[in-house]
Design a protein around this ligand. Structure first.
Ligand SMILES: [Zn+2]
Length: 133
């Protein structure tokens, strides 16, 4: 079995670390070996803000593999407070509770469980910030 790419990069995901390009200054997430905008490999790690705004979301009822146990899955496009956009799973909310423009924050949640080894993988999900909208 080949470990998925994101698993090898679990530390940056765990800590919500992005990469800033020293050439063009843009920040991307998750970190890649080369800047997706200009191709530069001069990158540095940056801590991303843990809060942002939910720009859009979708409800996924058909999920491949083990994750179907948790369907439906809510997937959101989150614009972090520094302007970086990322797609992440949403948690602690039902589809009815979500609305675009609401404040969300990063939370550590179980992403999936490997059926063969029982390994539980954690990662960043986003949840609504309670008390604000
Ligand atoms: Zn760049």
């Amino acid at each position: 079995m080949v470990l998925p790419r994101w698993w090898r990069k679990r530390i940056p995901r765990y800590r919500l670390i992005g990469a800033r390009c020293r050439s063009c200054g843009r920040i991307h997430y998750p970190p890649r070996n080369a800047c997706p905008y200009c191709g530069s490999t001069e990158l540095e790690e940056v801590q991303l803000p843990r809060t942002g705004v939910l720009e859009s979301y979708t409800v996924v009822y058909s999920v491949p593999g083990d994750s179907r146990l948790h369907a439906p899955v809510l997937v959101g496009l989150v614009k972090l407070d520094n302007g970086v956009r990322l797609v992440a799973e949403l948690t602690d909310a039902s589809p009815e509770e979500l609305k675009t423009g609401m404040r969300v924050e990063a939370a550590m949640r179980r992403i999936r469980e490997d059926g063969d080894t029982g390994t539980i993988m954690y990662g960043i999900k986003f949840r609504p910030v309670l008390g604000k909208s």
